[in-house]
Design a protein around this ligand. Structure first.
Ligand code: NAD
Length: 319
């Protein structure tokens, strides 16, 4: 089976690529070839792995890169321009988040036209599609994205559904919550403070939190989300009554609870080390998450981290 990952050098992409090395199983099929695509990739590609280095915002380059390899069985589309950067640079977000997504989906159409199977297409969507949220969010909550990033993710979800209806891909779009803990590099994610909070307090260092202690958010650990992405490629769409856009199960917690969990798991005086300095924009974007119900994804076998302690333990686990 030939698997391709876009955004393979990113936070989720690196971890996913480690799980899909040639010889590993995805569902009950063996991965025989892995193509990693990103703007830059470190090191030499090992046997069975192809490095595809370039800017997927250039449609001609992307089409050629896709056609160079054998037919794609499973494509994980993770590359994107994150929320903060997308607000600042609309043309870039349009090229990568919209145009490149469409070019990838159209590759499925071309594969089918050549008599090859439609690729499974896993699209990394985001809870940013919701925007303003009612008191309870469930599988039927309407989306009202409030930023360009969320709008572009919603458009991608609709394309995944439409291309699947046409039989050009076997698409699955999963709405990912905050993923913890991201390495400290600044890459434009406005939610980075959550990862910084865990890392700093776990190391026994002081941390200024840009929310109130009562601010409530949704988040999952990196290993949990990687497992959910792998499951997204293999779950039976009949289990979701044909729904291909799923909100992933995750944990909902207040910042004060997170601080307490970090202190408990890492044995540091986390509650004394944190200084609360709410920033209205951050509080609005990441601190008012309501109750979340995800029965559709749960029926298809998707699972959140077991509890907040498990999330904190997994968030800083090596690899
Ligand atoms: N990490 C989270 O908390 C989170 C939450 C919700 C959704 N998501 C989604 O999951 C996916 C992966 O997230 P992540 O945290 O790994 O993101 P990331 O920013 O760490 O990685 C994205 C990768 O895409 C690559 N990329 C960007 N533009 C490109 C281009 N023009 N050509 C080729 N590659 C390009 C980047 O170089 C980067 O390596 C993204 O689509 C993101 O929107 C992530």
């Amino acid at each position: 089976m030939h698997v391709l990952i876009t955004g393979a050098a990113g936070f989720l992409g690196r971890a996913l690529a480690q799980r899909l090395v040639p010889g590993s199983l995805l569902g009950d099929r063996a991965v025989t070839r892995l193509t990693l695509l990103d703007l830059a990739l470190e090191g030499q590609a090992p046997d069975g792995v192809r490095h595809c280095v370039g800017d997927m915002g250039h449609a001609d380059w992307l089409r050629d890169a896709l056609n160079e390899g054998p037919p794609i069985d499973v494509l994980f589309h993770l590359a994107s321009i994150p929320g903060g950067t997308a607000e600042q640079n609309y043309p870039l977000s349009r090229r990568v988040n919209l145009e490149a997504t469409q070019t990838l989906l159209e590759h499925g159409q071309q594969q089918v036209a050549r008599g090859q199977p439609a690729p499974v297409f896993v699209f990394a969507s985001s809870i940013a599609v919701f925007g303003h949220m009612p008191a309870v969010v469930d599988d039927d909550t309407p989306t009202r994205p409030q930023m360009t990033y969320g709008t572009q993710k919603r458009i991608g979800e609709m394309w995944v559904e439409d291309f699947s209806r046409r039989g050009w891909v076997d698409g699955r779009a999963v709405r990912i919550p905050g993923v913890l803990a991201r390495p400290p590099a600044r890459t434009g994610q406005l939610s980075a403070f959550l990862s910084d909070l865990i890392r700093e307090l776990a190391a026994g260092r002081a941390f200024t939190c840009p929310t109130s202690p009562e601010a409530t958010t949704w988040a999952s650990s990196l290993p949990c989300v990687v497992g959910q992405l792998l499951h997204a490629a293999t779950f039976d769409v009949a289990a979701t009554d044909g729904h291909r856009v799923l909100t992933l199960p995750t944990l909902r917690f207040a910042m004060a609870e997170l601080v307490q969990a970090v202190g408990g798991v890492h044995g540091t005086p986390a509650a004394d080390l944190v200084h609360w300095a709410p920033d209205e924009r951050i509080e609005t974007l990441f601190g008012r998450f309501p109750t979340l119900l995800t029965p559709r994804a749960e029926a298809a076998g998707f699972r959140a981290d077991a509890d907040l302690d498990a999330l904190v333990r997994q968030a800083l686990a090596p690899g």
